[in-house]
Design a protein around this ligand. Structure first.
Ligand code: NG1
Ligand code: ZN
Length: 541
């Protein structure tokens, strides 16, 4: 009862604005920071505490960020004990509690305690709850953390506030904390532990190879900037056989410049380098997003701008890991697989099937879907075209890699590289900084310039449009969102349109993050991709 009183009092400063509805979507809750987000964050604190209690006091993570969205937005998402995203079945609890008015909150919380805890683990509500918190650099962050702590204090949860972290760093911390007593802990749950683990793995993988020239990293003026600068202190310089990283767009003191005319989302959607970029012709460049979980590469030459997106990063990773598995003599035990969404360029899919000869699985949009599919391979590579992704090594694969005894130097190099990849790549979630180091090592290993990398296949011209519709909930998809099953008949019309284009492919799906329908089309010729997109837009409107 004391808890319920504390809770009812704690929520008072954070009412739901009139008419406001919230939903735990693909990226957690996300909105304008002043649109009642404190209320949401408070309730997320309660959900985290409940989940921790249910899972035997395992530590749950809470990340406050709105990623690539504008500075005035913010958001919150939950991280499960092994560093993965909140179990899907709990998104409903989070949504219900967020939409509960202040006057009803204590009552609803009590009901959740009964439904979730008492019925499942009988009267164990007194288990301690453990939570860790991270946030990006948005000015609304501290106020939201205050609301969050008010909730955690009300229910007596124990928490650790890490302050600024990238999203993947918070996922790392959560997994480290929850595996501390395991035979092989994930790592040390400190920032230093994170940098050390990554730097050690990087050094092993470099193995006398040489990274050509600097890499210019655009940090979107976000939290990735100070974190990358910190990591650089742990890495060998290029003279020491390491890497020369030039950090740009690292201003986190002016909130309004976050993600503004820079960052991975800007580069990917505008198909151009950040205007402020001082990169010269052929310089190898990459961009992170505002919470450093997305990465895209690019360069400019006399023929213009060239993007190397998530599809390319995934293929680069698969090429390397497949080759290492073969060199280690483990090709039959370490099967590499790739996971894409419908947004992957058709040319990339064809390359993977015909040249790389690696199995592909296609899932719905949203990293949680890709992640689960990738976990079914020995080595599962997944990236969304927008640059969010990672590589997963199954437990069995990890064990084989770590226990196989090399019989010659070539095999030793391959095994060491595979083993170091397991540590360099953030296995919990897409991590732009770790993906960047991995990409750099692989390019060095292959002696590939960005131009060589781009040259392995040619992207099909494509077009992505946002279509405003009256009610996007009437659009229901099937076959990994590549077909519409309702409204009835609409897919037939799309099929007919697609059939009249060389290499035509198109689909429409309701966005999970915005109130729009997205139409994607690709074809052999740029004007035909445009025309097909326009035709499908007309069909769905
Ligand atoms: P929606 O709004 O559902 O299309 C977008 C991105 C996803 C994913 C999520 C989460 C596209 C076409 N869609 O999803 O890839 O990153 O946001 O941030 O880029
Ligand atoms: Zn992000």
């Amino acid at each position: 009862v004391r808890v319920l009183d504390a809770l009812a009092a704690g929520i008072l400063p954070y009412p739901v604005p009139p008419g406001r509805k919230y939903e735990y979507g693909t990226a957690g809750f996300r909105m304008k920071a002043d649109a009642g987000l404190e209320h949401v964050v408070f309730t997320v604190g309660l959900i985290a505490a409940l989940r921790s209690k249910l899972l035997k006091s395992a530590t749950i993570g809470i990340m406050i960020t709105a990623s690539h969205n504008p500075p005035e937005d913010n958001g919150v998402k939950l991280v499960d004990p092994m560093g993965d995203m909140l179990q899907q079945s709990w998104e409903g609890y989070a949504t219900t509690l967020a939409n509960t008015q202040n006057a009803d909150l204590a009552k609803t919380y009590e009901q959740f305690v009964n439904d979730i805890l008492v019925s499942v683990i009988s009267q164990n509500q007194d288990r301690p709850a453990n939570v860790v918190i991270g946030r990006d650099t948005r000015p609304s962050g501290p106020g939201l953390v205050k609301a969050l702590k008010a909730a955690l204090d009300a229910v007596g949860a124990t928490y650790q506030d890490y302050g600024y972290l990238t999203t993947p760093q918070l996922h790392y911390m959560v997994r480290c904390i929850n595996t501390q007593k395991h035979p092989v802990p994930f790592g040390i749950p400190t920032e230093e532990g994170y940098y050390q683990k990554m730097a050690n793995a990087f050094k092993t993988m470099m193995y006398g190879r040489k990274i050509n020239g600097p890499v210019i990293v655009d940090c979107a003026n976000g939290v990735g900037a100070p974190k990358l600068k910190e990591l650089i202190k742990y890495l060998p310089t290029s003279e020491e056989g390491g890497i020369d990283i030039k950090v740009v767009n690292d201003d986190i003191l002016k909130p309004e410049v976050l993600n503004h005319d820079c960052g991975a989302d800007y580069v990917k959607t505008r198909q151009r380098a950040p205007p402020g970029s001082k990169a010269a012709i052929n310089d190898r460049c990459c961009s992170l997003d505002g919470d450093a979980d997305r990465l895209v590469y690019y360069y400019t030459d006399s023929s213009g701008f060239h993007l190397l997106d998530g599809d390319r990063i995934a293929i680069l990773g698969a090429v390397f890991l497949k080759e290492m598995a073969e060199k280690a003599g483990l090709a039959d035990k370490l099967k590499v697989g790739l996971v894409q969404t419908a947004y992957a360029n058709g040319a990339s899919t064809e390359y993977v099937k015909k040249v790389l000869d690696v199995p592909i699985e296609v899932t719905a949009t949203g990293v949680k879907h890709l992640h689960h599919a990738a976990a079914r391979f020995d080595i599962g590579v997944y990236f969304e075209a927008n640059g969010h992704g990672t590589i997963l090594f199954s437990e069995k694969a990890t064990q084989i890699i770590r226990e196989t005894q090399p019989r010659n130097p070539g095999q030793k190099y391959a095994l060491d590289s595979l083993s170091a990849s397991i540590d360099l790549i953030n296995q919990t979630v897409g991590d732009a900084i770790s993906d960047m180091l991995f990409t750099e090592v692989v390019l060095a290993y292959k002696s590939w310039t960005p131009e060589n990398w781009l040259g392995i296949y040619k992207d099909l011209p494509n077009r992505l449009v946002r279509v405003t519709v009256k009610d996007r909930s009437v659009f229901r998809t099937t076959d990994a969102e590549r077909k519409l099953e309702s409204p009835k008949g609409i897919q037939n019309e799309i099929n007919k349109a697609v059939a009249s284009y060389v290499k035509g492919r198109a689909f429409a799906r309701p966005s999970g993050t915005e109130d729009v329908l997205r139409v994607y089309a690709e074809a052999h010729y740029p004007h035909e991709a445009e025309a097909l997109a326009a035709q499908v837009e007309e069909i769905v409107k």
